[in-house]
Design a protein around this ligand. Structure first.
Ligand code: 5AD
Ligand code: SF4
Length: 443
């Protein structure tokens, strides 16, 4: 038997891409590939790309250019582009970069083994379709020695988005909302737990719009969470990313009722100004968002909120921006991501007049300094508290391990290596810039 071929996957962007990369590796495993961390020995290099940030496509082209020496050294090396840039650029990638053998969009990953075979024959393989079938049905989870599971895993439950926010490419690159059937997700979750997973983060571009076929009709996300909570050995459940308008009453109630559902919610608002929210086509006001958070906090008082913001969106005035700062003061996010608006070709906002760059940069700096202050205050408030930590991996120093708090802090603690994969009780003893330090209690 010939030696296995080596696959090198480089993943950009969101957690969904991390999950997809793993499944693509699983699929190519069936074509005889083993994963490698060394690009130099690869027989196939797959870039799993992201289109959300500025100049994303240009960055992919320059990354591809850097692969030229490898391809010259090894003419059998196949180079593939997957992910949202593959979807958005399609054939253009092959035209601009003849080194590329294969371009595959996110909805066509189950066709990858076939495409790889065609690429091996010297053909160029391109697939950016949105087929009807569930791609994950045909994408096995990775197996073998490299597939030992970390204690926290992602599980994609829903893909695509029907919201069409005026700045966003996702409805174009990932397509319409599709939910995976609940029975498959339950089976996949049980399989993950059998392989040592203790925490599952349910993923979807619009995860709280999930409505997948299940026993007795469609299941909502709340129903899925309730059923997952019954799986023995699964100790923690999270989900991301949610749209405020899909935060249903049963999901809010679940936060108050299900201990395994972690007290942390990523609920992007993008702006605190009604005028800007309207321009963004977010379909809710700042007030509605704030009242929603009140209801969520009434159900689960210790919940930590997280958000995304865009500053300098076309038409944003200084007064509109001040509304964003005011909203942040009211919510006090435990963590948040903020970006300067940048136009994405093909999206409604791309043709509008935008705020000049100096003003946008200044607003971003002011917003980030406020968000960082709130984040630090939230973290410092943990010192002296007792909480559970899922121990995930060795830390940098000998004897030190790193885990995660219910509120998604990185927590350092001294504990024996065999506590990796366990949920342990700790007391927080210090707050460092990007993590907490803890000591184990009750061990
Ligand atoms: N410009 C700036 N930020 C954007 N985001 C999405 N599209 C753009 C854009 N065109 C941000 C949003 C989203 C996060 C994932 O990325 O805040 O929630
Ligand atoms: Fe993009 Fe999220 Fe808006 Fe959908 S809801 S269009 S993914 S920002």
């Amino acid at each position: 038997m010939s030696a296995p071929r080596k696959l090198f996957v480089k993943t950009y962007g969101c957690q969904m891409n991390v999950y997809d990369s793993e499944r693509m590796a699983g699929a190519l495993g069936q074509s005889g590939y083993e994963q490698t961390d060394d690009m130099g020995e690869a027989d196939m290099i797959l870039l799993n790309t992201c289109h959300i940030r500025e100049k994303a496509a240009e960055k992919v082209y320059s990354e591809l250019g850097r692969l030229r020496p490898l391809k010259e050294a090894n003419p059998d090396l196949k180079i593939g582009v997957a992910g949202c840039v593959a979807q958005a650029e399609g054939e253009e990638i092959m035209r601009r970069q003849p080194l590329v053998d294969l371009v595959v969009g996110p909805q066509a990953y189950h066709r990858l083994p076939d495409m790889e075979a065609r690429a091996r024959q010297g053909e160029k393989a391109l697939d950016t379709d949105f087929p009807e079938e569930d791609k994950f049905d045909h994408l096995p989870a990775p197996r073998g020695p490299k597939a030992r599971r970390a204690p926290a895993a992602f599980l994609t439950v829903q893909e695509g988005c029907d919201k069409f926010c005026a700045f966003c490419v996702v409805p174009y690159t990932r397509g319409a909302e599709v939910s995976r059937p609940a029975a498959r997700l339950m089976a996949e979750a049980r399989d993950l737990v059998e392989r040592g997973v203790r925490e599952i983060t349910l993923l979807g571009q619009n995860v709280n719009a999930y409505h997948g076929a299940g026993d007795g009709g469609d299941w909502t996300l709340a129903r899925l969470v309730r059923e997952l909570a019954k799986v023995d050995g699964l100790e923690r459940i999270r989900y991301t990313t949610s749209h405020p308008n899909d935060m249903s009453d049963d999901l809010i109630a679940a936060h108050g009722e299900i201990d395994k559902l972690m007290p942390y919610l990523h609920l992007p608002v993008q702006s605190g100004s009604d005028a800007v929210l309207k321009g963004m086509n977010r379909r809710h006001t700042a007030e509605q968002y704030l009242r929603l958070i009140e209801r969520i906090r009434a159900a689960r008082p210790d919940i930590a909120m997280s958000g995304d913001f865009i500053v300098g969106f076309p038409g944003e005035s200084e007064a509109n921006f001040a509304d964003t700062l005011a909203l942040c003061e009211e919510v006090r996010y435990a963590s948040a991501f903020s970006f300067k608006y940048s136009p994405r070709p093909g999206t409604p906002a791309a043709g509008r007049d935008f705020v000049d760059d100096a003003t946008a940069s200044d607003r971003l700096a002011r917003l980030q300094s406020l968000l960082t202050r709130h984040q630090r205050e939230f973290q410092e408030a943990q010192v002296g508290r007792r909480m559970s930590v899922l121990v995930e991996k060795p830390g940098r120093e000998a004897g030190q391990l790193v885990g995660k708090s219910p509120w998604l802090h990185a927590v350092h603690l001294d504990a024996p290596a065999d506590s990796i994969g366990q949920v342990v009780d700790v007391e927080i003893v210090a707050s460092n810039p990007n993590s907490l330090a803890a000591r184990r209690i009750g061990a």
